[in-house]
Design a protein around this ligand. Structure first.
Ligand SMILES: [Zn+2]
Length: 375
């Protein structure tokens, strides 16, 4: 059944322009909504850490019970998220085909607002609720990275930011390294004396052609799609070449092993070609995997059963804010809100799932509340 208020809120936020580092317009609206909910609201300085205009929005709602739960979603969206014109067809919301829809992650924002409103309206005693609307998620989890989890009271959290139908929870995600290589050769006239040159482009091609990449094993992948050379003329031996990519694994040891292999491989090929090498390895985030008997999933399971949802727990393939919170000791899972094909123009949101996501959020809060003592 259509929840008109939730639908209006969704359309209003989808059509409010936002991007990573440009979240102010959404944040201004959400700040008012959080205050209306009775939250104490602060904005931190996360924006300054990545050149963004705006920090994370943190809303704290004190409760009657002795316990705290964190709820989060992100305010930014991938590019092509300006001027969105949502179109409803047969119970599914799409963009008009020229942009993304941004249900990733506005549907999550709306699920949290609706869930907390409903939980408050129920009149039941509630735990403390810590709401984080983060910035810069899509470009590098910058908002979550700026949060010091020790300043929060919650030790479990739900990130409403996962694709799929309602009842799907994401309990694991890979860790990731960014890997960048720059090779320096020696220029020489390509016609007169090519043997005096050292071809950096050729070394790069050899390096990549003999590198293990793509699907490495069931838990691990590597991808190097960004290649360039410093050359602008065809008659000079290439003296500068560089490439960038990433490696991911759900198994930290396998990830570390691949990075060590990558470094040894690149150094060996560089030596063979006589090129100089500069190699950068940046640990972007760590993998996580939450066991099914952890409280955060037990609450999710019980809440799903109360609502008659098809409860399922799956491991995701991308990094998310949960990677950052789990690394700091807060057990955090992803919650699906009904969107699929996110990050593309074909992104869609199943409205029945979306309308029930508010109820799911409410039920998660109330189920967690059952485990909390009175103060
Ligand atoms: Zn997202």
């Amino acid at each position: 059944m259509k929840n008109e208020a939730m639908y209006r809120e969704l359309l209003d936020l989808l059509t409010t322009d936002s991007a990573s580092g440009k979240e102010s317009a959404i944040a201004d609206k959400l700040e008012i909504k959080l205050k209306e909910l009775g939250c104490t609201v602060t904005r931190d300085n996360a924006g300054e850490t990545f050149g963004g205009e705006c920090g994370n929005l943190i809303g704290i709602l004190e409760g009657e019970l002795d316990g705290s739960v964190m709820l989060s979603s992100h305010m930014d969206r991938v590019p092509n998220g300006y001027g969105i014109q949502p179109v409803e067809k047969d119970g599914v919301l799409y963009s008009d085909g020229t942009t993304i829809l941004a249900a990733d992650d506005i549907s999550g924002v709306c699920a949290i607002l609706e869930g907390v409103r409903r939980a408050k309206a129920s009149g039941k005693p509630l735990p403390r609720i810590e709401i984080i609307f983060s910035v810069g998620e899509e470009t590098g989890l910058f908002g979550a990275k700026a949060i010091d989890v020790s300043t929060l009271k919650s030790r479990i959290g739900y990130i409403f930011d996962s694709p799929g139908g309602l009842g799907r929870f994401v309990n694991g995600a890979p860790g990731m390294y960014h890997l960048n290589v720059t090779l320096t050769g020696r220029p020489a006239h390509a016609g007169n004396e090519p043997e005096k040159g050292i071809d950096a482009g050729n070394a790069m091609c050899d390096m990549l052609a003999t590198l293990k990449q793509g699907r490495l094993d069931p838990q691990s992948t590597a991808n190097f799609p960004m290649l360039s050379t410093g050359s602008t003329s065809r008659n000079v031996v290439c003296d500068l070449a560089s490439f960038k990519g990433e490696a991911r694994s759900r198994d930290l040891q396998k990830l570390e092993d691949y990075v060590a292999y990558f470094e040894a491989h690149c150094n060996a090929v560089a030596e063979k070609h006589g090129v100089g090498i500069q190699l950068e390895k940046i640990q972007n985030f760590l993998p996580f995997l939450i066991p099914e008997d952890d409280q955060v999933l037990q609450v999710a399971k019980a809440a799903s059963e109360k609502l008659g949802l098809d409860y399922r727990v799956e491991v995701g393939g991308g990094g998310m804010d949960a990677n950052i919170y789990n690394a700091q000791g807060m057990a955090t899972v992803g919650v699906a809100t009904g969107y699929t094909k996110n990050h593309t123009k074909a992104e869609q949101l199943v409205l029945e799932d979306f309308f029930r996501s508010g109820e799911l959020c409410q039920t998660l809060i109330e189920t967690f509340a059952e485990s909390c003592a009175s103060k």
